[in-house]
Ligand binder design. Structure first.
Ligand code: RIB
Ligand code: CA
Length: 320
């Protein structure tokens, strides 16, 4: 069955990998792209989205989103991981046409989700600011969305607690207040966090093989990954990279790749644990309990990484 998605993104190297994956998958209809600050500034990220759409013939509406978090001071673009403008050593040409929907991302989300009630899955792979603004603007969208799948968070399984801070993943750390609003809203959320994205790995050899087999798209993925792999090599000591944002797309395309755990999720919003995500998995109601009244959300706790890597490779190869 075809899944219609709006892809909320901060492009971003792995965001671009995920966007091309969504474009390639036969059972995903990439209806819209909403941009958000994060890996790059909102202007650079929006330009990157427009460039990717034009270069790869992606038929999706783009709406520009938030340039800063709801409450916390902005952390700033992640240039150390994604390069000066978000795509590593690749730069969107200066004359990239910035053709956007006139609505801000939150309004686009609200209106399109309601207009196509029950049809749209929001896949969010950056800070969750646009989704939180949409919830504040029109809380009724929770009743109209099909589901919300996000890449973000870390629940400590197998020691996966954080990547930008000891206990925080980047997307949640960038806007913890937004994430807490999104996780506690009455809509179905699936969280694809570091617990699973750290278990799938694009090795240097895997990306070389994709370059050799997948035509222009494979070459492009290889080109943008050069900067990313240098970061992983220098800072993490790995020859390759974790599969973050493409894993959220993989969940939509084939949820059987993942095992999940159910329970309400909250986010720590200040102090040294800012951005930490916590899921309550027991049924007990405590006398001081700010979890149990919220909807149980799904957290991914296991992944069939080999099947996911094959799905990515087969899909991108199909574009060649
Ligand atoms: O922690 C990984 C996430 O942070 C990914 O979405 C990546 O693109 C960055 O935004
Ligand atoms: Ca991202």
């Amino acid at each position: 069955m075809t899944q219609t998605i709006i892809f909320d993104t901060d492009p971003g190297i792995d965001d671009a990998m995920a966007l091309l994956f969504a474009h390639a998958l036969p059972n995903i209809d990439l209806y819209g792209i909403t941009t958000v600050f994060g890996n790059a500034t909102i202007d650079d990220g929006t330009k990157n989205a427009c460039y990717l759409r034009d270069r790869f013939g992606i038929n999706a509406i783009i709406a520009k989103g938030a340039d800063k978090p709801l409450v916390r001071p902005p952390v700033g673009p992640t240039t150390i991981v994604h390069g000066e403008h978000g795509l590593g050593y690749v730069e969107a040409p200066a004359d990239t046409a910035i053709n956007l929907d006139p609505r801000p991302a939150y309004q686009f989300l609200c209106e399109e989700v309601k207009r196509r009630s029950g049809e749209i899955t929001i896949v969010a792979v950056g800070p969750l600011t646009n989704l939180a603004l949409a919830l504040q603007h029109d809380p009724e969208i929770t009743q109209h969305v099909k589901q919300v799948v996000i890449m973000g968070g870390a629940f400590g399984l197998d020691g996966n607690c954080g990547n930008v801070a000891p206990f925080a993943e980047a997307n949640i750390h960038d806007d913890p207040h937004a994430a807490d609003l999104v996780f506690t809203a009455d809509w179905p959320v699936v969280i694809v966090g570091l617990d699973v994205t750290h278990k799938a790995f694009f090795s240097g050899e895997y990306l070389d093989a994709l370059r050799d087999s997948a035509g222009e798209t494979g070459q492009f993925i290889h080109d943008i990954s050069r900067f990313y792999l240098e970061f992983y090599s220098n800072k993490v000591g790995l020859n390759g990279c974790h599969v973050h944002d493409p894993s959220a797309i993989a969940y939509v395309a084939d949820p059987s790749l993942f095992g999940t755990r159910s329970g309400p999720v909250r986010v720590v919003c200040d102090g040294p644990l800012t951005g930490m995500t916590v899921q309550k998995v027991d049924a007990r109601r405590y006398s001081d309990d700010e979890f149990s009244d919220h909807r149980a959300q799904q957290v991914c706790v296991s992944v069939d990484d080999q099947r996911l890597l094959k799905l990515y490779q087969d899909s991108i190869n199909r574009l060649a």
